[in-house]
Design a protein around this ligand. Structure first.
Ligand code: PMT
Length: 412
């Protein structure tokens, strides 16, 4: 999900840097918009470095010395359309007044009018400014329009006075964001099994066959599901990633071990997402000692590993099973074949040769192929966002009755 963080000019502007970081840790992508006076307190570069995105500072940003830029002039519409939530922290009295009265003379106030997304504001200012009837009237107007106000805290203020006006604690602001987004707990009661990462198939004590999977895709699914209230069992091949909070991780090395762990945990789960890049072949023989170098060409005999997804699909009952298809050609055709061949309910196909997609990246580009023939090509997005879309589809498929093929119906 995408949050636009508006930073306005107050001493608390520096706290917005920590806020941007925490939002990202929660899995949001963050676009920062700064007002002119905010830039007197903190440099845009700080936010650009933290978020990895260009910081928007002007309504008519022009190349230095050049004419006003038209693309920039309509950028607020594009940003408004991409925003899932507008958060302004700290919000000055001036910004609150502009929002309340509908003034649109800079990027942030224009964006506020253009955005249909929920709005959260966290005011911070001098105690007298906060208590002033003009500010309180603006606050009341915004509240009446559905804007969420995270009330400032009491304490010692930068101006030397004591009272209400301190920017609310970051945890409080984050709680308001979650509440405004009605962050779903729609997987409460579900137990999701997720496989992730590569497997390693040993040839001898020092060599093995593996692939480029980092585990990020599967871990993103596990993390998103846990946040949405599911109990999550993550069966992971070797990766450098930490287990997401609240997720039960079972670490495995080989396809055989992953198969065993999945078989053991499968009865408890209500849905499963197979994001692991399981080796399709393993050496027939694992040598007990390191293989010696030899001048002659070497042929290594390989045998297929168990197809974990296909095996589990035979005993899936009412569970929703999601498989991936890592392809480099004929993506749609191969994905549809895998949907049928593996008896999956959903195949998430990625062209792992496309820039921005596949192995060892934070983003992916996938198309979802569902058992009811619904197909959904998603644009490039973070793996966390892809994970959310997969989980939405899992819920949809759980609520959609499975069609029993005519042949099986007549046997029943
Ligand atoms: O881990 P990352 O670096 O984030 O990269 C993400 C990813 C590219 C690994 C991921 O997006 C992905 O595509 N995962 C599936 C990789 C894969 O093995 O695809 P496949 O088309 O070969 O297999 C099809 C499905 O069968 C997959 O769900 C796979 O988990 C499953 N399978 C495959 C072989 C096997 N022996 N057992 C299986 O269960």
């Amino acid at each position: 999900m995408r949050i636009t963080l508006g930073v306005t000019g107050g001493v608390a502007a520096y706290k917005a840097a920590e806020l941007a970081r925490r939002l990202q840790q929660e899995g949001f992508s963050v676009q920062v918009v700064m007002t002119r006076s905010a830039r007197e307190f903190i440099a845009p570069l700080t936010f650009a470095a933290l978020t990895g995105e260009k910081v928007i500072t002007d309504l008519f940003a022009a190349p230095s010395g050049g004419p006003a830029n038209l693309d920039s002039a309509i950028e607020h519409i594009a940003v408004a359309q991409r925003t899932d939530l507008l958060l302004v922290a700290p919000a000055t009295a001036d910004t609150l007044a502009k929002f309340a009265r509908g003034l649109a003379d800079d990027f942030l106030s224009t964006l506020y009018l253009a955005a249909a997304a929920p709005v959260v504001v966290a005011p911070a200012m001098n105690v007298n400014m906060w208590r002033h009837p003009a500010t309180q009237e603006n606050i009341a107007m915004l509240r009446a329009r559905g804007v969420r106000i995270v009330e400032p805290g009491e304490g010692y203020l930068a101006c030397g006075m004591t009272g209400a006006g301190r920017l609310a604690e970051i945890d409080e602001i984050l709680a308001a964001v979650r509440e405004a987004l009605q962050l779903k707990r729609d997987l409460a009661g579900e137990t999701l099994l997720v496989t992730a990462g590569p497997t390693c198939e040993d040839l001898d004590p020092v060599r093995y066959l593996t692939n480029r999977s980092s585990g990020r895709m599967g871990y993103a699914v596990a993390e998103a599901a846990a946040r949405r209230g599911a109990r999550v069992i993550l069966i992971s091949g070797p990766t450098a990633l930490a287990a997401p909070e609240g997720v039960e991780r079972v670490s495995v090395r080989t396809a055989e071990e992953m198969h065993r762990a999945v078989l053991e945990k499968f009865p408890a789960c209500t849905a499963a997402v197979f994001a692991a890049a399981v080796a399709d072949y393993r050496p027939v023989e694992k040598l007990p000692q390191k293989m010696k170098r030899n001048k002659a060409p070497l042929t290594i005999a390989l045998e297929p590993t168990p197809d974990i997804l296909a095996d589990l699909a035979r005993q899936k009952g009412q569970r929703v099973l999601v498989g991936f298809a890592a392809e480099t050609e004929h993506v749609a055709e191969n994905a549809r074949k895998k949907l049928a061949a593996k008896n999956a309910d959903l195949i998430v196909a990625n062209d792992v040769s496309a820039p921005g997609a596949g192995f060892d990246l934070d983003t992916n580009i996938v198309t979802l192929y569902a058992r009811d023939a619904r197909e959904n090509a998603l644009p490039q997005m973070s793996k966390f966002e892809v994970a959310q879309r997969i989980l939405d589809e899992v819920l949809r498929l759980r609520a959609t009755p499975r069609l029993v093929p005519a042949a099986r119906r007549s046997q029943a």
